[in-house]
Write a protein that binds this ligand. Structure first.
Ligand code: NDP
Ligand code: OXD
Length: 307
C-alpha cells in the first residue's frame, strides 16, 4: 500500500495516484489503515514520528527535490530507500527564476528602480549578455538546465559541483581551489546546491568577500548555503549589488527580519520551482514500475552524501 501525506493537495494527489496506479491500494493521511500493509509513502514534510508507524516501510517518495528535512529526521528506518523528484517540471521554472534575476542585473532594473524613486531620467551603459558572467553552484538536475538555458541565451556560464562534470555549454569546475578562482570572476552567482553538512554556510563572510564589488546573488537552493548575517553585512556595505532570495535559514522568514526591508534585497517565499503534481505522480509511478521490474530508478537519495 502507498500512504500519501500532502495535506494541502491531498485530494488531487489521491486522484492522480489512483489513476496512475489502479492496481496499488492508495491511502491518504489521516486515514486509519492497517499499518503493516504500508510499504511505500509519498510525502512532503510529514509530522514527527510519521514513519515509525509503518513497520514494513520500504520506500519513501519525496514530493520535492530537496531531502534535507527528511534526512534530519530520526523516524526513518535504515533499510528504507528514499527517492526524490528529479526535474519533474521544476528545471524550467528554475531557469525562469534565475533568468529573472540575471535580467534584473544585466538590464540594471535595481538602478532604474532607485532612479525612478528620485524621478531621475538617466540611461545607464548597455551590457550585453555575452559580457555577463554567471556562476552556477550546483550542477545537478536543476543547475544543469539553468546553466544550459542561460548559455543558449548568450551568457557566459561557469558551473561548480562536488565531483568533476562535463556538461555541454557550461565551463565546469569542482573543489575549493576552483571556487577561490571562480568567485572573483562572477557577476551573478546562482546557488542551487542541496543543504548538506558540507554546503552549510559555504557562502560565509570570507567567500562572499571573494565576489567582485557590484556582483549579485540569487539563492534558490536552501537558506543554509549562505551565512545570512554575513550576507546582510555585505549588502549594507554595498559590496553586493543585490540579492534575490527564495530560501532562508528559517522559513517563513520572521516578520521583523532585516532582510524584508533591505533596499538591495528581493524576496520570494520559496516558490522558485514548485512541484507539479501531475509530473510528480507520473515520475513516482514510473519509478514504482522500475522498482517492481528491478530496473534503475531516477532520484535515489545517497543518505551518506545527504542529497
Ligand atoms: P541534484 O542532487 O540533482 O544536484 C545537486 C548538485 O549539487 C550536484 O551537482 C552536486 O554535485 C552539487 N553538490 C552537492 N554537494 C556539493 C558540495 N559539497 N560541493 C559542491 N557541489 C555540491 O539536485 P537538484 O538539482 O535536483 O536540486 C538542487 C537543490 O535545489 C535541492 O536539493 C533543493 O534544495 C533545491 N530546490 C529548491 C527549490 C525552490 O523552489 N527553491 C525547488 C527544488 C529544489 P555532484 O554533481 O558532484 O554530485
Ligand atoms: C524542493 C523544494 O526541494 O520545493 O522541491 O524546495
Amino acid at each position: 500500500m502507498l500512504y500519501l501525506y500532502s495535506p494541502d493537495q491531498q485530494e488531487l494527489y489521491g486522484r492522480l495516484f489512483r489513476e496512475a496506479l489502479p492496481d496499488l491500494p492508495i491511502a491518504c493521511w489521516p486515514q486509519d489503515v492497517e499499518a503493516s500493509a504500508v510499504t511505500h509513502t509519498a510525502v512532503w514534510m510529514p509530522p514527527a514520528g510519521f514513519f515509525s508507524r509503518f513497520p514494513n516501510l520500504q520506500v519513501i517518495f519525496a514530493l520535492g527535490a530537496g531531502v534535507d528535512k527528511l534526512l534530519r529526521r530520526d523516524d526513518i528506518p535504515e533499510q528504507a530507500t528514499i527517492i526524490r523528484l528529479t526535474d519533474a517540471g521544476m528545471a524550467q521554472q528554475m531557469a525562469e527564476y534565475c533568468l529573472y534575476g540575471v535580467l534584473h542585473y544585466q538590464r540594471q532594473m535595481d538602478v532604474y528602480q532607485r532612479q525612478q524613486r528620485a524621478s531621475r531620467w538617466l540611461p545607464q551603459a548597455t551590457r550585453l549578455a555575452g559580457n555577463i558572467r554567471v556562476t552556477i553552484l550546483g550542477l545537478g538536475q536543476l543547475g544543469t538546465h539553468v546553466g544550459q538555458t542561460l548559455a543558449t541565451l548568450g551568457y557566459q556560464v561557469n558551473g561548480w559541483s562536488r565531483q568533476p562534470r562535463q556538461i555541454e555549454q557550461i565551463a565546469c569546475t569542482h573543489g575549493d581551489a576552483a571556487l577561490r578562482k571562480l568567485l572573483p570572476e562572477t557577476d551573478v552567482l546562482f546557488c542551487i546546491l542541496p543543504a548538506t553538512q558540507e554546503t552549510r554556510h559555504l557562502l560565509n563572510a570570507e567567500r562572499l568577500g571573494w565576489l567582485p564589488a557590484d556582483a549579485a546573488i540569487i539563492n534558490a537552493g536552501r537558506g543554509s548555503l549562505i551565512d545570512q548575517s554575513a550576507l546582510l553585512k555585505h549588502l549594507d556595505q554595498g559590496q553586493l549589488r543585490f540579492a534575490l532570495l527564495d530560501v532562508f535559514a528559517e522559513e517563513p522568514l520572521a516578520e521583523d527580519h532585516p532582510l524584508w526591508t533591505h533596499p538591495r534585497v528581493l524576496i520570494t517565499p520559496h516558490v522558485a520551482a514548485n512541484t507539479i503534481p501531475e509530473e510528480a505522480v507520473a515520475q513516482i509511478a514510473a519509478n514504482l514500475r522500475a522498482l517492481a521490474d528491478g530496473r534503475p530508478v531516477t532520484g535515489r537519495v545517497d543518505r551518506l552524501a545527504g542529497y
